[in-house]
Write a protein that binds this ligand. Structure first.
Ligand SMILES: [Zn+2]
Length: 442
C-alpha cells in the first residue's frame, strides 16, 4: 500500500489542558508537540507518528513519498459541531435577533432546497468552504427536504470526509413549503438513516429544528427514532434567545422549562447536541449534566444575533460536556479559527479565560470527544483517520510581522486564532488525501 510521510511541526492533544503549563514536558501532559515530526499515512489512516530523524534512521522513510510542510504546523483537522449547510448563502444577512432572522431570511432560503440541483450545488460549495478553512468533520443541519441530506452525504462521500447530517423536522410555525408532518418526518428520517448512517464515513443526526417548530407529536416521533437508533445523534437548539425561550414555554406550558420539553420526549443523552445553551436555569444545567448532553458554544452566531454570552466555566463546573461550532449562517464564518477568536472575546466579556491550548484542544480532540468519536478523529496517532490541517502563522504580512516577536508555541497558537482565517490554512487532508490544493469543483 502506498505510504506518505508528512514532515512538519506537529501538535496533537491527548486530553483537555488545565492551563498553559500543562504541556508535553511533563509525564501525562495534555499534548504532544514535535519540532520536526513525521506523520505516516497509509490507507486513509495514520500509521505512525514520531520524530522525522528517528523515522529516517529506522528506515521508515524509505520507499515513502515525503511531503515537507516545514515550517508549518500540522494539527488534527478541525471539527465543527453545529452548522447549517443550507444557510451557506445567508451569512451576513442584516437582521435584529433570532426569530426575525429566521422569518426574514432562513425560511425563505431553505425553500430553495426543494430543488435537488440546488442542494447538490450548495453542498459542493459548502464542502469547498469547509476544506478551505481546515474543517474535516462537521455536524450539519439540512433543510426539511430529505433530498438536501442526500445531496450532502453524496458530496461528503465523494470527498471521503467524516460527516454528520440530518433532515430538519418541522411541522408548525413555518411556511407551508417547509412543513412536514410528524409521520412524514419520521418516515423520511428513518429512510435517510437506513441510507446513510454508517455508510462510508457518514453518520446521521435526528434533527428536530427546535421546540417552536415541532408539535408534541413530532418531538415524540424524534424520541422514537432516537430510541430505535441510539447510535445516531440528536441535534437541536436550546436556550438561545429570551423571546425563543418564552415562546417555547407558551407552546409547551406543562414543561418546567425549555430543557424540560426535550427531556419529556427522551431527546437528551450523550449523543444529543444542543446548540447555544446560553440562558439556562440551574435545573436545566443539572439535567444536561445528568444526561451527559452536549452544550454547543456558537460564538460568532451569538454575537451576530445578539443572543448572549455562553458561560463555559459555569457549565463546565456543573459537569456539562461542551463543544464549539460556527453555526453558519447565524454564525458569520465557516472556519474554526475565527470561531475560536470570537469565543475568546465572548468569554472575556464574562470574565472567563480560554487559553490557546484549550482553544485548539476544543476545536480538535475536544469536539471529537463531544461527538464520541475521539477513537477515530480529533488527534494524530496510529489508527486514527488521517484528517489533518496544515497551518501557517505567517500567512499574511501582518501575521508575519507579529511572528517576528513570537517565541513560544502558545503565542503562535494565540496569533493563529486571533489573526488567522482560511489564508492560514495551507492544506487540509481528508482521509489521507490533500483536499485544499487539489480541490476540484464538479
Ligand atoms: Zn443553529
Amino acid at each position: 500500500m502506498e505510504k506518505t510521510i508528512l514532515r512538519a511541526r506537529v501538535l496533537t492533544f491527548h486530553r483537555a489542558p488545565f492551563g498553559l503549563e500543562d504541556g508535553v514536558l511533563k509525564e501525562g501532559g495534555a499534548f504532544t508537540y514535535l519540532e520536526d515530526g513525521g506523520i505516516t499515512l497509509s490507507g486513509g489512516h495514520v500509521t505512525a507518528l514520531g520524530d522525522f530523524s528517528t523515522m529516517e534512521t529506522s528506515g521508515e522513510t524509505s520507499g515513502a513519498q515525503v511531503i515537507d510542510h516545514r515550517p508549518h504546523l500540522i494539527l488534527p483537522g478541525f471539527i465543527d459541531t453545529h452548522i447549517h449547510y443550507v444557510q451557506s448563502q445567508i451569512l451576513a444577512s442584516y437582521a435584529g435577533s433570532l426569530l426575525e432572522w429566521l422569518e426574514t431570511y432562513t425560511f425563505l432560503e431553505e425553500q430553495k432546497f426543494a430543488s435537488p440541483d440546488h442542494a447538490a450545488r450548495i453542498s459542493s460549495c459548502f464542502f469547498d468552504e469547509l476544506v478551505r478553512h481546515g474543517t474535516t468533520t462537521a455536524v450539519a443541519y439540512g433543510s426539511v427536504h430529505a433530498a438536501s441530506v442526500d445531496a450532502f452525504f453524496a458530496e461528503a462521500e465523494r470527498r471521503n470526509l467524516r460527516m454528520i447530517c440530518g433532515k430538519v423536522m418541522m411541522d408548525r410555525e413555518a411556511p407551508d413549503a417547509l412543513r412536514d408532518t410528524a409521520q412524514s418526518s419520521y418516515d423520511d428520517s428513518k429512510s435517510l438513516i437506513d441510507r446513510w448512517h454508517g455508510r462510508g464515513r457518514g453518520l446521521y443526526a435526528i434533527t428536530p429544528r427546535f421546540a417552536i417548530t415541532s408539535t408534541p407529536a413530532q418531538l415524540e416521533a424524534a424520541g422514537a427514532l432516537l430510541a430505535a437508533h441510539p447510535d445516531c445523534y440528536l441535534q437541536t437548539h436550546l436556550g438561545e434567545n429570551a423571546e425563543e425561550i418564552r415562546y417555547s414555554q407558551d407552546l409547551y406550558p406543562e414543561a418546567p422549562d425549555y430543557t424540560g420539553i426535550y427531556e419529556a420526549f427522551g431527546l437528551l443523552g450523550p449523543r444529543s447536541l444542543l446548540g447555544h445553551c446560553i440562558h439556562l436555569t440551574d435545573r436545566e444545567i443539572g439535567v444536561l449534566a445528568e444526561t451527559k448532553s452536549v452544550a454547543v458554544f456558537c460564538p460568532t452566531s451569538n454575537l451576530f444575533l445578539g443572543s448572549g454570552l455562553f458561560d463555559r466555566a459555569g457549565l463546565q463546573a456543573q459537569g456539562v460536556r461542551i463543544g464549539i461550532a460556527t453555526d453558519v449562517g447565524g454564525g458569520t464564518n465557516f472556519g474554526l479559527l475565527r470561531t475560536l477568536d470570537e469565543g475568546y472575546k465572548v468569554l472575556q466579556l464574562r470574565g472567563e479565560r480560554m487559553d490557546p491550548f484549550q482553544s485548539f484542544h476544543m476545536a480538535t480532540r475536544g469536539n471529537a470527544e463531544a461527538l464520541g468519536l475521539s477513537d477515530r478523529v480529533g488527534s494524530i496517532a496510529p489508527g486514527m483517520e488521517a484528517d489533518l490541517v496544515v497551518l501557517d502563522a505567517r500567512a499574511t504580512p501582518a501575521m508575519a510581522l507579529r511572528m517576528e516577536t513570537v517565541s513560544t508555541l502558545a503565542e503562535e497558537l494565540f496569533l493563529l486564532q486571533t489573526m488567522g482565517d482560511d489564508r492560514a490554512v495551507v492544506e487540509t487532508y481528508g482521509g489521507g488525501r490533500p483536499l485544499k490544493s487539489g480541490r476540484t469543483r464538479p
